[in-house]
Design a binder for this molecule. Structure first.
Ligand SMILES: Cc1cc2nc3c(=O)[nH]c(=O)nc-3n(C[C@H](O)[C@H](O)[C@H](O)COP(=O)(O)O)c2cc1C
Length: 390
């Protein structure tokens, strides 16, 4: 079964669950506290209806667009996700898959592969940073990303360091030495396909974060990087404006839920924002991004590119978000499951599934281009939308 084409993101998820050790799969599922937001992120899309036509449908559909200055083949970007022991080639495999499908990629500063390796195989990479370390450190990371060829910056600000998950957080080791290998052995040996992929690649899962240290120095472990972030000052709006002034070119702020925050992001000079709640990993009970999107688009959509991430599992979700005003969406778990199911080919498979779904939805709605999509294409139940901070 591993290595075979799959027809939906749901199938990719089931394969990921079968293939990955329990704690690795658990780290992908995640979701803060009770998972109220995690659930709403996906189920909110199910509440939105579509109104198809059945004749005069367009033979050609064009879903190409431009996001953060990059021409992309569809309105879907790879959202940055932190160090994952999902696949031996990790973010490099994701970057290759995205490049093969004309898709741009956000690379996490907590990634397990360096920005240099990733930008070498995909020329549409945006480097994601947290407000971690002091200003000199942040500038050094921006300069490194620029030198490596990053086309833009994504600053992620939504994180409240919450812990305590009702589903039980998986144990993630500090590093993979013999002692931790022995502890993990039962669940790893139950997943021989995953283990074999690392054996074939010639190395064990790497739990370090090479982008968190200057080139040529020893990278911190995931927990070392996380500790630095936890100890750092919490950024002010002035800090954000300062950070923006340190980077020439596209600059996205990820994690916006409120209209008032969206306006401050515009004031800081950002070129894009993503309506997001960190995939349900920040404050539980935050509404799904798709509920907050129209209010934010109405307030700042003519000043800044508005993206959305959270809960995208099929092409029709993408079309609903674009119809409600998103320039594009970003995906997280969907591509991680593809990566787990079948490496680079699995990520390509997920992107193809989404492309096929976008195309079918545009056909059904009778739309030849993304620009023709409007909020009238989406049927929302009364009280569906949430406008926070207006
Ligand atoms: C396992 C995992 C790790 C993540 N790591 C990061 C990260 O390092 N930086 C970041 O900005 N967002 C991170 N995110 C959030 C994603 O970029 C994105 O906002 C979220 O996954 C979107 O929701 P979706 O998974 O439903 O598509 C992570 C999400 C997951 C599931």
């Amino acid at each position: 079964m591993a290595g075979e084409w799959f027809e939906s993101v749901a199938v990719a998820q089931r394969r990921a669950e079968k293939r990955l050790p329990k704690s690795v799969y658990g780290a992908l599922i995640a979701g803060a506290e009770k998972g109220v937001t995690l659930k709403d992120n996906t189920s909110a899309f199910d509440l939105l209806g579509l109104a198809p036509h059945m004749a005069n449908l367009p033979r050609e559909r064009n879903m190409a667009t431009t996001v953060l200055g990059q021409d992309v083949s569809m309105p879907v970007l790879i959202s940055p996700t932190g160090v994952q022991a999902v696949d031996p080639y990790g973010e490099v495999a994701v970057a290759r898959a995205a490049a093969n499908r004309g898709v741009a990629m956000g690379l996490s500063s907590f990634a397990s592969k360096s920005i240099e390796e990733v930008a070498a195989v995909n020329d549409k990479v945006f480097f994601q940073i947290y407000w971690s370390g002091d200003k000199d450190t942040l500038v050094q990371r921006l300069e490194r990303a620029k030198a490596a060829g990053a086309k833009g910056i994504i600053v992620t600000l939504d994180w409240s360091f919450s812990n305590g998950r009702d589903w039980g957080s998986p144990w993630i080791p500090e590093k993979l030495d013999l002692k931790t290998m022995a502890k993990l052995a039962p669940e790893v040996l139950a997943r021989p396909g995953w283990l074999w992929s690392f054996v074939k690649s010639g190395h064990l899962p790497d739990l370090t974060t090479p982008n968190m240290a200057p080139v040529g120095t020893k990278p911190p472990t995931f927990f070392g990087a996380y500790y630095e972030w936890m100890q750092s000052d919490l950024p002010t709006w002035e800090d954000l404006a300062w950070l923006r002034s340190q980077w020439e070119g596209p600059f996205m702020v990820k994690g916006v839920c409120r209209v008032d925050d969206a306006k401050r992001v515009v004031d800081c000079g950002a070129t894009a924002l993503s309506v997001s709640n960190h995939g349900g990993n920040n404050l539980d009970s935050t509404p799904a991004p798709i509920r907050s999107l129209p209010g934010i688009v109405a307030a700042v959509g003519s000043d800044i590119e508005v993206l959305l991430d959270g809960g995208i599992r099929r092409g029709s979700d993408v079309v609903k978000a674009v119809a409600l005003g998103a320039k594009a969406v970003m995906i997280g778990r969907a591509y991680l499951w593809g990566l787990a199911a079948n490496g680079q080919a699995g990520v390509e498979n997920v992107l193809d599934v989404l492309r096929g779904g976008i195309d079918a939805t545009m056909l059904g709605l009778g739309k030849a281009s993304l620009a023709e999509l409007t909020p009238e294409d989406v049927l929302a139940p009364d009280g569906f939308f949430r406008t926070l901070g207006a």
